[in-house]
Design a protein around this ligand. Structure first.
Ligand SMILES: NC(=O)c1ccc[n+]([C@@H]2O[C@H](COP(=O)([O-])OP(=O)(O)OC[C@H]3O[C@@H](n4cnc5c(N)ncnc54)[C@H](OP(=O)(O)O)[C@@H]3O)[C@@H](O)[C@H]2O)c1
Length: 323
């Protein structure tokens, strides 16, 4: 099969399209023929070894000292089951699925193997492959952080970086949970974010929302625009700062009175993926799509991700007989 391989850390030019061995599903595993995937901010961070402040050493140890240990990047995909391993009854060849390899990666290939009991769910019949491919990364991150923050109905939530993949999921999932959302974005993305239903859209190029007088119960920062310390003045009593793009400083930050920071990698839970597919099927979650690329042009999607200005997800389509 063909796969995009990262030969070293660096720019999009380190990626090479290679013929690699077709993986075989072991007991309890499924082989998925990939129909669509994405190039996410995680893919570009790993490819470029461009990690949040203070994380470089830990990152190399976790990801590979000189080059990505898992050479085929890609954290989310949709496709069809091509084969099942011994003991798998949940899926059968031909089933349409959404999968989230997450930290195990490997979605930038024609086929991927996943544990059948892991991050694999059925793809609703009404869902486009573009939407299905783009559900997992922002969606699972937003769900995990909002759960850890114990978001309650009626709370005020500020989302910073609302036009990005994670920010767009935070806005929509917080609204679906009954929150009153203020969304921070730049001028060109105001209309996009308004369309997600935020109660208030703040253009950060024209207003300093940290200057007061507004305060929020949750400040969800997907742009590393603030830190727990600089967010304190805009956190209400009992407020939580979500350092989604935070570095070592945010991981080590300690609560201040009733206000607390929440940081670290988001959990990967199959029930979250199932819930996202359900919300999307009911029209309550629509991941915005910045652009769609053919598989052969995947490095161009990395170049777009490198700008830091993408609006939602970069979808990569593979050729497939079912399309
Ligand atoms: N903790 C975890 O497990 C976890 C999981 C997923 C992602 N992340 C991290 O979360 C961050 C966001 O990921 P993503 O996939 O959503 O990235 P993305 O799609 O590239 O979006 C980044 C967004 O940030 C906005 N932005 C940049 N500077 C800003 C500022 N000063 N104020 C407000 N918005 C600003 C940009 O919009 P404008 O062009 O409008 O400025 C852009 O839309 C990344 O750093 C990623 O590594 C962490």
């Amino acid at each position: 099969m063909r796969a995009w391989v990262a030969r070293s850390y660096g720019g999009p030019e380190v990626l090479a399209l290679r013929e690699v061995k077709l993986p075989q599903p072991g007991p309890g595993e499924v082989l998925i023929r990939v129909e669509a995937t994405t190039v996410s901010s995680a893919d570009r961070r790993i490819r470029a070894l461009d990690l949040p402040a203070g994380m470089a050493l830990m990152g190399r140890l976790a990801l590979g000292l000189r080059r990505p240990r898992r050479a085929v990047l890609g954290v989310e995909l949709t496709g069809r089951i091509a084969a099942v391993g011994a003991g798998v009854t949940r899926f059968a060849p031909g089933d349409a699925v959404i999968a989230f390899p997450g930290f195990r990666q490997g979605a930038h290939a024609e086929f991927a193997v996943m544990p059948a009991a892991g991050m694999v769910v059925a793809r609703p019949a009404c869902m486009s492959v573009e939407t299905a491919a783009a559900l997992g990364f922002g969606g699972t991150t937003a769900r995990d952080y909002l759960r850890r923050a114990r978001l309650r109905e009626g709370e005020r939530v500020l989302v910073i970086g609302a036009s990005g993949t994670v920010g767009a999921a935070l806005v929509q999932l917080a609204i679906a949970a009954g929150a009153i959302v203020s969304a921070v974005t730049s001028t060109g993305n105001v209309a996009l974010v308004q369309g997600m239903g935020a109660a208030e859209v703040i253009d950060y190029t024209g207003r300093d929302y940290t200057a007061g007088p507004d305060r929020w119960d949750i400040v969800a920062d997907a742009a590393a625009a603030l830190s727990f310390r600089t967010a304190l003045p805009i956190l209400a009593e009992g407020g939580r700062y979500l350092a989604i793009a935070g570095g070592l400083g945010d991981l080590l930050a300690r609560r201040r009175g009733s206000r607390r920071p929440i940081a670290g990698p988001a959990a990967e839970r199959p029930d979250d993926l199932a819930a996202l597919a359900d919300l999307a099927a009911r029209g309550l979650f629509r991941p915005p799509i910045d652009a769609v690329f053919p598989f052969d042009a995947l490095p161009a999607a990395h170049a777009r991700a490198d700008t830091g200005r993408k609006r939602g997800s970069l979808v990569v389509l593979l050729e497939s007989p079912s399309r």
